[in-house]
Design a binder for this molecule. Structure first.
Ligand code: FDA
Ligand code: NAD
Length: 434
């Protein structure tokens, strides 16, 4: 089969690929120099929509409405945009072999792609219950959510099993966002996770108590401290009931699993340096191999703010790392260097009518402030993280755009913290005066 050659190739067609394409265009890439190779069948889109607007029973988000870069208030890059700009989108094409020494990629259909500069943007894949050896985990009505075809299958099942029982396995991002989506679709929802409270990688017990109380108010049944131990299938091969490790049985017409993700870096094993489970990069997202960059979920990069290296699985970093890498590529062509990546972690989530934002580092002692009564009409609360006398991180539920800006500034500035008591009583006022 004939080989195709491009000056720049991005492998992966997700969020970071889309934002990289926009930056390539800004930097003046010439027609036919850039190709994006994606195993997905559609042009890059804002992945966060899949667990939120895409699942709504009415007025659901659908493509082309949420192609990048609408999620950050930018221009929507429709498939036609790529054609107009001379950027080649090679869709429904999975790369199964990457040879960084000969600068060539091979697809599942045996096509060969050569490049001068490669950007790895393969993102993450879900952890699956089969990997934990759970009995019956291969049943047809167990769903995962990563890509748009997963979302379509789930939407179809939600329609087919109308008003049924759903079990959500996992108490992280997917668990919380999908439990809400299923409840909004009028399912009887149970959520099961092993930890003592939900979203333990960010929430403190106080914060989680609010969300658990709110979900309970909305009718979600939360089962903590145990896991799904087996799926009992009916004649159709579909799960009917789920056996929990604590001995209880939960009825289920649909099971949705969100037990974590892992970066997709297998193609490059042994060819590029790794660190902390990702591909090691510098502050320009250059890897250990010349002319190979890694962006988004797969990159383990120097986090200047905190003097360590991290991998971040959130959309804000995927957008910003993409822009940084492309700027660095063009600067290096001109023998220039751009400023080092200076990233302030920013995570957010939305479910039901709740919406939170977090900035900074969740380390040290915490203080919680505001109204976190889940039964009240308009709850609004926040948390500060304090380490070595400085405020390192800030979280706010139901903030206005100005208030969210204020907590962002706190995390950026890391102001000296007053006593925990006064920080708690000043609450949001502390952030708004920084
Ligand atoms: P991304 O996963 O977006 O793209 C990777 C692409 O590479 C995919 O198109 C994939 O098909 C392709 N690919 C992989 N291997 C390939 C191969 N071998 N050949 C060809 N193509 C290949 N974050 C946040 O901050 N707020 C939020 O609300 C959400 N919400 C959210 C919802 C859901 C359902 C998910 C799954 C994730 C989120 N996230 C999020 C996380 C965020 O979406 C994520 O961090 C970014 O999408 C990462 O961008 P990447 O480009 O690195 O990977
Ligand atoms: P996660 O790491 O947020 O949560 C995983 C959860 O799985 C843990 O909290 C734990 O409760 C649970 N768990 C682990 N093993 C389990 C088991 N055997 N049984 C039951 N529960 C178990 O991962 P996720 O929610 O699956 O999200 C996947 C990826 O998508 C992540 O990269 C995440 O950042 C991203 N995502 C982000 C957002 C957002 O930022 N708003 C939204 C959706 C997805």
């Amino acid at each position: 089969m004939a080989e195709k050659c491009f000056k720049y190739v991005i492998i992966g067609g997700g969020v970071s690929a889309g934002y990289a394409a926009r930056e390539f265009e800004k930097q003046g890439v010439n027609p036919n120099e850039l190709a994006i190779i994606s195993k997905e069948a559609v042009a890059p889109y804002e992945r966060p929509a899949l667990s939120k607007g895409y699942m709504l029973p009415e007025g659901a988000a659908r493509l082309p409405g949420f192609h990048v870069c609408v999620g950050s208030g930018g221009e929507r890059l429709s498939p036609e945009w790529y054609t107009e700009k001379g950027i080649t989108l090679i869709l429904s094409t999975e790369i199964v072999k990457a040879d960084l020494a000969s600068k060539s990629l091979t697809s599942a259909a045996c096509e060969t792609f050569k490049y001068e500069v490669l950007i790895i943007a393969t993102g993450s894949t879900v952890l699956r219950l089969e990997d934990f050896g759970i009995e019956g985990a291969d049943a047809k009505n167990i769903f995962y959510l990563r890509e748009i075809h997963d979302a379509d299958k789930l939407v179809e099942a939600i329609k087919n099993k109308k008003n049924g029982n759903a079990l959500v396995v996992g108490g992280g991002y997917i668990g919380l966002e999908l439990s809400a989506a299923l409840r909004i679709n009028n399912y009887d929802v149970s959520m099961v996770y092993p930890e003592p409270w939900c979203m333990p990688r960010l929430f403190t017990a106080d914060m989680a108590a609010f969300y658990e109380g709110y979900y309970k108010k909305k009718g979600v049944n939360i089962v903590k401290g145990t896991v799904a131990a087996g799926f009992v299938k009916g004649d159709s091969g579909e799960v009917k009931e789920v056996k929990l490790k604590n001995g209880n049985m939960v009825p289920a017409d649909i099971v949705v699993v969100g037990v974590g993700a892992k970066p997709l870096i297998n193609l490059f094993k042994g060819q590029v340096e790794e660190e902390k489970g990702g591909i090691k990069t510098d502050v320009f997202f250059k890897t250990s191999v010349d002319n190979v960059y890694a962006i988004g979920d797969v990159a383990t990069f120097p986090m200047k703010m905190y003097g360590d290296v991290r991998r971040v699985e959130h959309v804000d970093h995927s957008r910003k790392s993409a822009e940084q890498a492309v700027k660095a590529i063009f600067a290096s062509k001109q023998g220039k260097e751009i400023e080092a990546y200076h990233y302030l972690p920013y995570f957010y989530s939305r479910s039901f009518d709740l919406s939170w934002q977090f900035f900074g580092d969740n380390v040290g002692e915490t203080v919680v402030f505001g109204n976190r009564d889940p039964t009240s009409e308009k709850p609004k609360f926040g948390t500060y993280w304090v380490k070595d006398g400085k405020v390192m991180g800030a979280f706010l539920e139901s903030g206005t755009p100005e208030e969210n800006q204020a907590i962002c500034k706190v995390a950026k500035v890391q102001p000296p913290a007053p006593s925990l008591e006064s920080l708690a009583s000043e609450g949001l006022g502390f952030a708004t005066k920084i």
